[in-house]
Design a protein around this ligand. Structure first.
Ligand code: CMC
Length: 436
């Protein structure tokens, strides 16, 4: 672990007792107060509902400055990676901490290819799901099921196998996703092709026919690869914190990331990309120009939110949204698609960014606002959007799992609480209980 102590302290006066708390500082001058000994010294804990002000760990994977709209993986700005890198290279960067050399890249790509096929018995698991099953439920279950075929996973001492398991997971999450889509449509499974690169192979497994391969257009492959790069990590978000939480109990890599998929599914997190398209489609159907929806989203109790807007960390334009918006325009023009939802999204953005409600609360478009429009243009069905987010996020989850696994001082994650339930109470036999 990096030494983040500064030698400075903050003084805390609790009911007349003054204690000094160490001030810590990260690489980018992010400052914090280390309260890890607060309870031992005073009997008090800190309370921070939703962890909005809590640093749960030290991490060297991703840096975000939410006020300035900065995002960097291992120090490299997302804009540079979006322009120059690929998803596979970015995955390596996140997991191993540096851009790969040619030899490292080759070895990593080889591992991905060698591990792209699921164990053949996994096919029977797909049969058990009803055709109405959401692909995120299938994805989470199947990642966990897939882990069962590698008993070495359970032995924490076999860390030498980490590289193979990490590659297996990155490769197979894509195969599982494609198989679950084919199954939901009653279509035969298409196996991966070892000669195809990562993203092209996914499109092939999704869209090829048994008798005819899907035509891979470079702009389509590039747009999807970009989506994966932009989703690859985002520091301590809800699903990554879930992965870290599960990993801190020394659960295996597959179990930890399967839990991450479940967290990601929620509409306040990765599920927002599906919710955005559903929102835009509703607005389109109702003939609203967007203003009625914005009015409803501002009204507490309306049950509506402007999906794809707002972020816990960004109080500025999400840099990923900026890149995706540009890519969206480019792809739709290249494919000659005129999607009315893109026009509605742009109108909503314009309306919200000039509305005091959104301005005062610093609510800007996030990564999910335009990503769904790209995925629609690629013919990805709406219920698969969050699955694509999960494929992209897998390297990030693995990098965070590795941080926990490599930390010799790692402790189980176990927050405390302020109890607000009934005081001491006693058991009453059933015949003596009163109604109400
Ligand atoms: N539409 C309308 N009002 C909003 C929205 C929105 N999208 N987002 C936040 N607000 C309001 C919120 O009601 C609150 O108002 P007030 O101060 O009057 O009570 C204020 O803005 C602060 O919001 P918050 O809910 O305290 O913020 P949070 O940090 O707890 O939640 C969020 C962040 C992303 C869950 C939330 O902004 C939201 O629900 N957005 C819509 C869902 C979405 O797009 N999620 C994707 C997030 S980015 C990708 C990812 O994480 O996967």
């Amino acid at each position: 672990m990096t030494d983040i102590t500064t030698g400075k302290t903050a003084k805390l006066d609790i009911e007349g007792k003054v204690i000094e708390l160490p001030i810590v500082e990260g690489t980018e001058q992010e400052r914090g107060v280390d309260i890890s000994n607060l309870r031992a010294a005073t009997g008090y804990i800190t309370l921070d509902d939703g962890y909005g002000n809590t640093g749960s760990c030290q991490s060297s994977v991703t840096f975000i400055d939410g006020d300035k709209g900065i995002l960097r993986y291992r120090g490299i700005p997302i804009e540079e990676l979006a322009e120059k890198s690929t998803f596979v290279e970015t995955a390596y960067l996140l997991i191993y901490g540096h851009l790969p050399t040619k030899a490292e890249f080759q070895r990593f790509s080889q591992l991905l290819t060698q591990n792209e096929n699921l164990h053949e018995d996994m096919k029977y698991h797909f049969e058990g799901f009803p055709s109405t099953a959401h692909p995120m439920a299938i994805l989470s279950s199947m990642i966990n099921a897939s882990g069962c075929f590698y008993p070495g996973l359970l032995e924490q001492t076999r860390r030498d196998e980490f590289a193979v398991h990490a590659a297996r997971l990155i490769s197979q999450v894509r195969t599982i996703a494609a198989f679950s889509y084919r199954k939901s449509r009653g279509m035969p499974i298409i196996y991966p092709k070892p000669t195809y690169k990562y993203t092209a192979n996914f499109l092939h497994m999704l869209f090829s026919d048994v008798y005819q391969d899907y035509e891979l257009r470079p702009e389509v492959v590039h747009a999807l690869d970009l989506i994966f790069v932009l989703h690859a990590d985002h520091e301590q978000n809800c699903s990554t914190s879930t992965v870290r939480m599960v990993a801190s109990a020394q659960a295996n890599l597959f179990a930890s990331t399967a839990a991450g998929v479940c967290a990601l599914w929620g509409p306040l997190h990765g599920g927002a990309n599906q919710a955005v398209i559903e929102m835009l489609s509703d607005i389109h159907r109702s003939g609203d120009n967007g203003s009625r929806f914005i009015a409803a989203a501002k009204e507490k109790g309306s049950g509506k939110k402007l999906m794809g807007f707002g972020h816990r960390v960004y109080k500025n334009y999400d840099p990923r949204a900026r890149i995706i918006k540009k890519a969206c325009d480019k792809l739709l023009a290249a494919l000659n698609i005129n999607d009315p939802l893109l026009g509605i999204a742009k109108r909503l953005e314009e309306g919200a960014l000039s509305d005091p409600y959104f301005v005062e609360r610093k609510l800007y478009p996030n990564v999910d606002f335009y990503s769904g429009i790209i995925m629609r243009a690629l013919n990805i069905p709406t219920e698969m959007f969050t699955v694509l987010f999960a494929i992209g996020r897998m390297p990030g989850w693995i990098a965070h799992f590795k941080e926990i696994q490599d930390d010799t001082k790692a402790r189980i994650y176990r927050p405390r609480q302020i109890y607000v339930g009934p005081p001491l109470n006693h058991y009453v036999p059933i015949e003596e209980r009163r109604v109400g």
